[in-house]
Design a protein. Sequence first.
Length: 492
Amino acid sequence: MVLNYLANIGRFVPEITLIVTMVGLIFVEATYGDEEKGSSKGYLYATAYLGLLFTLVKLIGSLGDAPIAIYSNSLVIDPFSTMIKIIMVIGTAACIHLSRRSSDVYENLKGEFAIIAVGVLIGGMLLASANNMLTLYIGIETLSILSYVLASLKKNDDRSSEAGLKYALFGGISAGIMLFGMSHIFGVTGTIQFAGMLDKLKDLDTVQIAILMPSFLMFFAGIGYKIACVPFHMWAPDVYEGSPLPVTTFFSIVPKMAGMAVLLRVTMVFFSGDQNVLQMSWIATLSVVAALTMTVGNVSAIGQRSVKRMLAFSSISHAGMMMMGVLCISEIGTRAIVFYGITYLFMTLVAFYITSFVQDAYGNDHFERFNGLIHKHPLMAIFMLITMFSLSGLPPLSGFIAKFNIFSALIDKNYYVLAIIAGLNSVVALYYYLKIVKLMVFKDPESDEKIKGFGFTNQLVITALTVPVVMLGIFWDQVLVMANGAKIFIVQ
C-alpha cells in the first residue's frame, strides 16, 4: 500500500509543486515589510512565476502519458484533465501578472492575491481530476472558500465586501444542496467511487431511479454554481462587478473551467451508456439549463453600462455554450469543449486586461471610457476589436471555430433546436460586443491624455495574448488534433 502511494506521487507532481509554491509564497511574503509596495516584491512574483512555469512544463510533458487512476481511484490523471489544468495554470499566471500591474488591488494585498490564487488553482486541479464524491467536494470547497476571500479583497470597498458576502452565501447554500444530493446517491449506490457507482447504476429498480433523479439534480446545484449557469447564476454579475478586476478575470477562467471539467466527467462517466430514464432526465436538464444560460446571459448583457458587468454576463452565456458540448456525451463534444476553453482563455484575458487599464486611468469601466480609444492607443483598440469580434463568433477568428465545433457536435447528435438557439444567441451577442467597437472607432475621445497602463511591457503582454486569438482561428486544425487526444479516462 505504501509503495503504491509513493508510486502515485510521480503523477501528482504538478499539484505538489503548486502546494510547495503556495507555502513558499507565504514565507517570501513574510520577509517584506509593511512599507514595501506589492508590485515591487520581485522575489515573491519570481517564486509564483517559477512555480507556475514548472507546473506548466510538467503538465505539457505529461500530455502523452497513459491515463491512470491514482490514490485508490480517487483521482484520474488523463489527457482531458491535463489539458484543463494547462488552461487554468496559464490563466492563473496571467491574472497574477494583471494584479501586479492593476491599481484595483491594494498594494499591501497584491502578495496575498498571488498566494490565494495559487490555492484556488490547487482546488481547481483537484476538481479536474476528481473521481469520487469526496475528492470532488474537497476540490469544490478548496476552490470556493479561497474564492470568497478574493472577492472581498478590497476591504474598504462596500461593493467588494458585498461581493464576498454574496459569493459565500450562495456558495454555502449550493454546497449544502449538493451534499444533500450526494448523500442520497451514496445511500442508493453504497459507494462514493465513480467506478463503483457506475456498476450499481446498471441494476437499479424503479424506486431507486426515482430517488436518484432528484438527487443528481441537487448534486448538479454545486457544479452549476461554479460555472454560473441558470438558475445558479444570480451571484455572478454582482460578485464580478464588486470584486477587483484581476479577481473578476480570475473567476471568469479558473473556477469556470474547473466546474466545466467536473460536469463533463460526471456526465461521461454516468450517462454515456445505454439510454435510460436517468440519462434522459439528466440530458433534458442540461439542455434546458444550457439554452436558458446562453439566453439569459446574452439578453442581460445588452443593457449593461459597465464593461466588467457586461463581460460577466457574457461569461455566463459562454458557460451555456460549453454546456452544449457536455450534453452531447461524445468525443466530438469533449474535443469542442477543450478547444473552446483554450480560445475562451485568451479572449477573456485580452478583454479584461484592456478593461483593467482603462478603469485604472478613469476610475470606472463604463462604456463611455472607451470613446475614441483608437485615436489614443490604436494598437490596443485593434486588439480589443479583434477580441470582441472573436467573442461574438465572427470568422476567421478563434471564437468562430470554437462555436463551429460546438454546433458540429450538436448537429452530430441531431440537437437541431439547440443549435438554432445557440445561433440566435450568437447574433444577440454580436450586438453588445459591437457596441464597444463603435465607441472605440467612431466616437471622439473624452480627453487626449494617454492611458498610463498601456506602457511597453503591458502592451507586449496584451500582444502576446492576442496572437492566439487570431492564430487559433487560422491554424485550428493542428490544435484540434491535440484537443482530440484529450479523452476522458473512465475507470472500470
